[in-house]
Design a protein around this ligand. Structure first.
Ligand SMILES: C[S@@+](CC[C@H](N)C(=O)[O-])C[C@H]1O[C@@H](n2cnc3c(N)ncnc32)[C@H](O)[C@@H]1O
Length: 378
């Protein structure tokens, strides 16, 4: 069997698997994923079998050796295309061209009467993707530049899809969306809470989610990257938190140096309540590496100063012991939140949220520079 046939078989198997796990839901997405040869978008060192695993493939790494561009996991690619609901003839903008694989899928979905524009911050990647797509006869207008600004000279777009995560919606994306358009973007909302959200915009400018799914994405780079939410501490230890300027990180390092006291057991099962805890508590932090085993949650207050962390079924406290009490009650009292059953609304800073219906469930707000977000259980 030659490589082309082998690839076609692997592609069919992958699409069937994605249907079974619920990532592929429509014939349009199944067809696009069955047509576009993913192996032509992965680096030359990737075997055919690897190209068709349901895995992320790294395209490039930064100076620290961490991935800064990847060909996303097929299950996530499919889920986001389902959220986007592209129809033939539409004009679509993609932010984060990477390899060009998703742009090729979008081009298949819009068909010969539609248009795809894709923007990539790395000029090198943009050039390689443009050549790859042109070589395959796929019509995509690839731009090199900062996707934060969108692509104003081709707006408005029926669909906008970001394949890179943001902590806040860039105003340009909202402005460049057609009145009945859909915007899909991965959003970092709290430690451990990153959601791919499909947004629709009401005439009053409020954006409301039409679907929400958990995801994990590389974060936006370039001039609008912001301070980042993941910070290296010492050795292989990193911390993810909402507002951790350098002075707060120094306090954290000092606390860790002084060592912890065992503050006793936590109450009841913890894992299911961490999303609820993170939503209610802006001081929640997530550690990668030790302290604890692997991923550890905690509460860090640089003003006390104190850090309390969950260590399996116990709480360790560094500094002021009040933090242990707050973590204990914060987690014990947190509701079990199903992220997929959240409605998310976004309003530009300076405007109010629409009145919540009387039947609305619990809700939380997250405040960012350009928009405020309200997450409500449905
Ligand atoms: C997960 S990868 C995208 C995968 C891609 N859609 C594909 O099919 O191969 C995220 C991409 O976003 C790009 N990116 C990061 N910040 C960006 C920005 N400000 N503007 C445009 N692209 C950006 C990265 O360089 C990376 O290539």
């Amino acid at each position: 069997m030659n490589d082309k046939h082998a690839a076609a078989r692997l592609r069919t198997t992958l699409v069937e698997r994605l249907r079974l796990i619920g990532s592929v839901r429509t014939e349009a997405v199944a067809h696009a994923m069955s047509e576009v040869p993913r192996e032509l978008f992965t680096p030359g060192s990737t075997s055919l079998t690897e190209a068709y695993r349901d895995r992320v493939v790294v395209l490039s790494v930064d100076e620290r050796g961490l991935p800064d561009s990847t060909v996303s996991q097929p299950a996530m690619v499919a889920l986001m295309l389902e959220q986007l609901a592209v129809r033939p003839g539409m004009r679509v903008l993609e932010i984060g061209t990477g390899s060009g694989y998703n742009a090729a899928l979008l081009a298949t979905l819009v068909g010969p009467t539609g248009e795809v524009v894709s923007i990539e911050v790395s000029a090198e990647l943009a050039g390689a993707a443009a050549r790859r797509l042109a070589g395959l006869g796929v019509r995509v207008d690839v731009r090199a530049g900062d996707g934060w600004e969108g692509v104003a000279d081709r707006a408005p777009f029926d669909r906008i899809e970001a394949t890179v995560g943001v902590p806040d919606l860039p105003p340009a994306w909202v402005e460049q969306l057609a009145p009945d358009g859909v915007l899909v973007t991965p959003m970092w909302l709290r430690p451990g809470l990153e959601l791919a959200i499909a947004w629709e915009r009401a005439p009053d400018g409020t954006l409301t989610s039409v679907s929400v799914t958990r995801c994990g994405f590389l974060q936006l780079r370039g001039p609008h990257a912001g301070p980042g939410r993941t910070h290296a501490l010492t050795g292989d230890l990193a911390v993810i938190g909402e507002d951790l300027p350098p002075a707060a990180l120094d306090v954290l390092r000092e606390l860790l140096d002084h060592g912890a006291v065992d503050a006793g057991p936590v109450l009841g099962p913890v894992d299911t309540r961490l999303t609820g805890f993170a939503l209610a508590e802006p001081r929640s932090v997530l550690f990668l590496g030790h302290p604890g085993d692997g991923t550890t949650w905690g509460l860090f207050d640089p003003k006390l100063p104190a850090l309390a962390v969950l260590m399996r079924d116990r709480i360790l406290v560094y500094g002021d012991r009040d933090a242990a009490v707050e973590l204990y009650y914060g987690v014990a009292g947190a509701p079990v939140v199903n992220a997929e059953r959240l409605r998310v609304e976004a309003v530009p800073v300076g405007t109010n949220f629409p009145a919540a219906p009387a039947s609305a469930g619990r809700s939380w707000t997250v405040e960012r520079d350009h928009h405020h977000y309200r997450l409500t259980e449905i």
